[in-house]
Write a protein that binds this ligand. Structure first.
Ligand SMILES: [Mn+2]
Length: 272
């Protein structure tokens, strides 16, 4: 717990979004599963329908299942999403992309190609008088030591440079197998469920930070458990769920000051 408290004092980047409405999405894991192309199309459709010029889009990690930005080449796929994000940026939409544990090797490609802002750490967003603590959630109070060790290894600049020297034909199949293995392991454990404030590492982390400063909303992904629940007076924890299985997204209205979690499948009358 002491460790979380120490970390809670760490100052974070503050992003001011003025009076913007915000669309939040996370965990699309594009590139994985047979329905990936369809999922990507549906995501682009959501962006086309919900996002207007002057709005902000906040992508909270694991949007693709695996990515590595080489210096001169980029991985295959995701052309629709990258095109859509570029188009939105060009039309004056402010896009913030927070890397997760599957897309942490995004580096500067999307920043240079689309014009979006990339974040490799959580941040504080300010919009319409509300404060949001946002991030992917893989680094926040995860109890799994092994996971933390892998995370540190993958984020090491030395290891990243080493990886860049190896041919993609060798590294990509390994990365995809690793990702599939993790997914199978999670599927065996059944669908992720919200465990309650005491047992959710992200919530415990948010509560520690709330001791230091106020946030109206703490918004994270990673857990694939759509939930909106009060975790302190005037503070709501929102886990975005995912776009992978549930097609969740959240919308913040600057006018009402409210953040609402949505389920696209439910809206479309689909039962999955
Ligand atoms: Mn994740």
């Amino acid at each position: 717990m002491a460790k979380i408290e120490d970390k809670a004092l760490r100052p974070l980047t503050v992003v001011s979004l003025g009076q913007k409405d915000i669309l939040f999405v996370s965990d699309a894991h594009l590139g994985s599963g047979a329905d990936s192309r369809e999922r990507e199309r549906e995501l682009c459709l959501l962006l086309a329908e919900k996002v207007r010029p002057g709005m902000a889009v906040v992508l909270l990690g694991d949007m693709v299942d695996f990515w590595f930005s080489y210096r001169y080449t980029v991985p295959r796929g995701f052309s629709r999403l990258i095109g859509k994000l570029s188009e939105l940026c060009d039309s004056g939409v402010e896009i913030h992309y927070f890397t997760g544990n599957h897309d942490m090797w995004m580096f500067s490609y999307l920043t240079e190609e689309c014009g979006l802002t990339l974040h490799t750490d959580e941040a504080v967003l300010e919009a319409a008088g509300k404060r949001f603590l946002v991030g992917h959630g893989d680094a926040q109070g995860s109890p799994d030591r092994m996971f933390k060790l892998w995370r540190r290894m993958f984020r090491s600049h030395f290891n990243q440079r080493l990886f860049a020297l190896l041919p993609p034909a060798l590294t990509f199949p390994i990365a995809h197998r690793w990702s599939d293995h993790n997914k199978r392991r999670h599927l065996c454990q059944g669908p992720a469920r919200y465990l309650g404030a005491e047992r959710e590492g992200i919530v415990r982390y948010c509560q520690a930070r709330l001791q230091v400063e106020h946030y109206d909303y703490c918004v994270f992904g990673h857990r694939h458990t759509p939930v909106a629940t009060a975790i302190a007076p005037g503070s709501t924890y929102v886990n975005l769920g995912d776009w992978l299985y549930r097609r969740n997204y959240a919308l913040f209205s600057a006018e009402s000051g409210l953040l609402t979690l949505h389920d696209r499948h439910e809206e479309c009358g689909r039962k999955d």
